[in-house]
Design a protein around this ligand. Structure first.
Ligand SMILES: CCCC(=O)SCCNC(=O)CCNC(=O)[C@H](O)C(C)(C)COP(=O)(O)OP(=O)(O)OC[C@H]1O[C@@H](n2cnc3c(N)ncnc32)[C@H](O)[C@@H]1OP(=O)(O)O
Length: 302
């Protein structure tokens, strides 16, 4: 059972190593994370970006980057396209965001010629190890789909379920998070949550248990769920927390990190390969864990 990022790292060593192409690698935490991933034997890296800046940062932190292939492209959009192309042409197993805006790298991932589209929805999945809890939490979508409609939400759940499988969770429990636990036509996300739970009951969303609408407390706290009289297998036991939109998802993500001191990792899934995507402000540790999570996801695909 994978219960912590120590477990994720251990399993990534067994299922790796994989090759990662880094878009705009001139980011000190990213360089430290890929260096650590190489030393841990979970991933090798191809660095794409501003050569002079990458070399200067590496020198500053005593990182021997001679062991990595380095492709000098200064423009962030071009560097992102090159990093993505390395994956679509089979030279790398996954791509990682460096010092580049999220929307720039996502546009490269969605690029019609060299991108990694599959025809499915791509979505962001974040994993958190929150102090005081005995399991990892998966949060989706904090970074890609801005205001998903019902069919998109269905695929966002399916993508998160695949990540849960990569983390060896056999039957993931999905809590569809809203502001309250009763469906209310004046609150459209609660109606979507009810519809998603019904789709799961009818077998239209398979391989998991979906419950909702839930307020966050009812999804993660058995006591809170009991107090509200909610009797559902997901209530209090959710593995996956699905946010109604990017604003709620992103606030939940940053709250976990800044208020709860959670350790975190993040990937975009639904594409031909995982895209390791964290916040630029995330720590080197979060970036290393994200590479490890990407390795587990890639190991399911390649
Ligand atoms: C959590 C830590 C990191 C962060 O904090 S991130 C911060 C917040 N995140 C962001 O700012 C990114 C939010 N999302 C976006 O900016 C945009 O949705 C995104 C992903 C860049 C796409 O925008 P555009 O390039 O303008 O795309 P578009 O809507 O015109 O669509 C272009 C083509 O791509 C397709 N597409 C867009 N989103 C997709 C998805 N999720 N899955 C699959 N396909 C998708 C879209 O259907 C369109 O296809 P086509 O060209 O019409 O065939």
């Amino acid at each position: 059972m994978i219960r912590s990022f120590q477990d994720v790292m251990k399993i990534a060593k067994e299922r790796g190593p994989k090759v990662i192409s880094v878009a705009c690698a001139q980011d000190i935490e990213v360089l430290m994370a890929v260096d650590a991933a190489k030393k841990e034997g979970i991933a090798d890296a191809i660095l794409v970006g501003n050569k002079e800046e990458i070399e200067a940062l590496a020198k500053q932190e005593n990182i021997d980057i001679a062991k990595f292939q380095l492709i000098d492209i200064k423009d962030p959009a071009e560097a992102s396209l090159k990093a993505v192309e390395l994956v679509s042409t089979g030279k790398a197993h996954m791509v990682m965001k460096g010092m580049v805006d999220t929307s720039v790298i996502l546009k490269a991932v969605l690029n019609a010629e060299v991108g990694l589209r599959t025809g499915n929805v791509l979505s962001h999945v974040a994993v958190f190890d929150v102090p005081g809890y005995d399991r990892l939490f998966i949060v989706t979508d904090a970074a890609m789909n801005i205001a998903p409609d019902l069919p998109t939400k269905k695929q966002i759940i399916e993508n998160a379920v695949e990540v849960a499988y990569a983390l060896d969770i056999e039957v993931p429990k999905v809590g569809v998070i809203c502001a309250k636990e009763k469906a209310n036509p004046k609150m459209p996300d609660t109606m979507d949550a009810q519809a998603l739970a019904e789709m799961n009951e009818k077998g239209e969303i398979k391989g998991c248990i979906v419950g909702g609408p839930f307020a966050l407390d009812n999804a993660v706290s058995v006591e809170a769920a009991k107090h509200k009289g909610i009797n559902h297998p997901v209530a209090g036991y959710a593995d996956i927390l699905m946010a109604p939109d990017i604003e709620a998802g992103n606030v939940l993500y940053k709250s976990m990190v800044y208020f709860a001191n959670a350790k975190n990792a993040g990937v975009i899934v639904g594409a031909k390969a995982p895209v390791v995507l964290t916040s630029r402000a995330d720590s080197e540790e979060a970036k290393l864990y994200s590479i490890a999570l990407g390795v587990l996801c890639a190991a399911k695909m390649f």
